[in-house]
Design a protein around this ligand. Structure first.
Ligand code: ACO
Length: 330
């Protein structure tokens, strides 16, 4: 829906684990090749967290950068909304741990499990908190340790995913030259079998059988996901632009979820936006799910491709199937 509250993104921060896994590293453990991975996905390397590197600690590093940029302190945060499907613990939510790490005891913590569009879903939740008068300043995070839910023996998924965290500060604003213009969300729960972790949840709790079947890891029907993703993302782009009262020609930069270069290109083509107006960094980070858009935004800002006043269109899709798009005057 058209963004009712005046809200703006005022800070941005990113944290990725230091360990880089190249395609050559994967060639040593899997029946794959750099050529196959680059030509089918565009990915050249990704970051994987060390076992003792928690999701909450990555979030805290990214959050501190975002707070510095926005000029807000931890005690000014009214809420912490974290898009993730890889929390540090099944109980409690990782946003509670982030709250403690930052020293923000007054901030309401909430994890949002919406897979790759987790950051866009979290933006919408934060906007709702602000519109309801529940918050003025919200820390909105997208962060994942996908390496922990990926089957490293399955070459069709092990090559795709990376770890990382992105943080943004969302604040109420009266300014019209810098604000979120629209956010659209959608989902089709009939498609859950396309991308699913079958075991380890409350339906099939962890057991010797789950481990034997390796069903605690992601199972994906890649081709079907690919096709559904392109249609859902292109439709979400059109809807978000219409809600904002803009057209594809008004867009300065499209920042799509970084899943696969071919999905990005197909989405851009269907939306009618040429690749010179599209941000791509899937080559460096792989698919980091809900972290991918803030990580790409950070690079776009650093490269001067996103400047104050730029019209940003951002879009994502993921397991569920879920999707979301937003138009933001940066
Ligand atoms: N290296 C070499 N060969 C491989 C690899 C690999 N890493 N992986 C699969 N292959 C082989 C397959 O076994 C198959 O071989 P066969 O023809 O002998 O049976 C062949 O390559 C073709 O396999 P496809 O799966 O049809 O390959 P495709 O071109 O569809 O590419 C891919 C696979 C990259 C996974 C693609 O389908 C894709 O990107 N899908 C979208 C995935 C995605 O983005 N998922 C994330 C969703 S977001 C979220 O919520 C986390």
């Amino acid at each position: 829906m058209n963004s009712p509250a005046g809200v703006a993104l005022t800070g941005l921060g990113v944290a990725v684990p230091t360990k880089v896994i190249t395609n050559a590293d994967l060639e040593r453990t899997l029946d794959t090749s750099n050529d196959w991975i680059v030509s089918r996905t565009g990915i050249r390397e990704r970051h994987w967290a060390a076992p003792d590197e928690s999701l909450a600690s990555l979030c805290a590093v990214a959050a501190r950068q975002a707070m510095d940029q926005a000029g807000v302190t931890a005690t000014e945060l009214d809420a912490i909304i974290l898009g993730t499907v890889t929390p540090d613990h099944r109980l409690p939510s990782t946003s509670c741990e982030v709250q403690a790490l930052l020293g923000a005891p007054q901030a309401i913590p909430l994890d949002v499990a919406a897979a790759c569009p987790g950051w866009i879903y979290s933006l919408a939740v934060a906007e709702g908190f602000i519109a309801a008068g529940r918050a003025k300043t919200v820390l909105v995070l997208g962060a994942e340790k996908l390496s922990t839910i990926t089957d490293m023996e399955d070459r069709s998924t092990a090559i795709l995913f990376g770890d990382g965290a992105g943080a943004t500060i969302m604040q109420r604003t009266e300014r019209t030259d810098r604000r979120i213009l629209s956010i659209v969300l959608g989902a089709d729960g009939t498609l859950i079998d396309l991308l699913l972790i079958p075991g380890g949840g409350s339906l099939h709790p962890m057991s010797p059988e789950v481990i034997e079947e390796r069903s605690q890891f992601m199972k994906m029907k890649g081709r079907e996901v690919f096709k559904a993703a392109v249609v859902a993302m292109a439709n979400a782009c059109s809807e978000a632009l219409a809600e904002a009262g803009l057209t594809k020609d008004d867009v300065d930069l499209l920042v799509p979820h970084q899943a696969n270069i071919r999905i990005i290109e197909a989405t851009a083509k269907r939306t009618g936006i040429s690749m010179d107006r599209v941000m791509v960094n899937v080559d460096r980070f792989g698919n980091t799910s809900s972290a991918s858009i803030p990580i790409a935004l950070d690079q776009a800002v650093a490269e001067g491709r996103l400047r104050p006043g730029s019209v940003l269109l951002t879009v994502s899709f993921g397991a569920g199937f879920t999707w979301g798009a937003a138009v933001i005057r940066w």
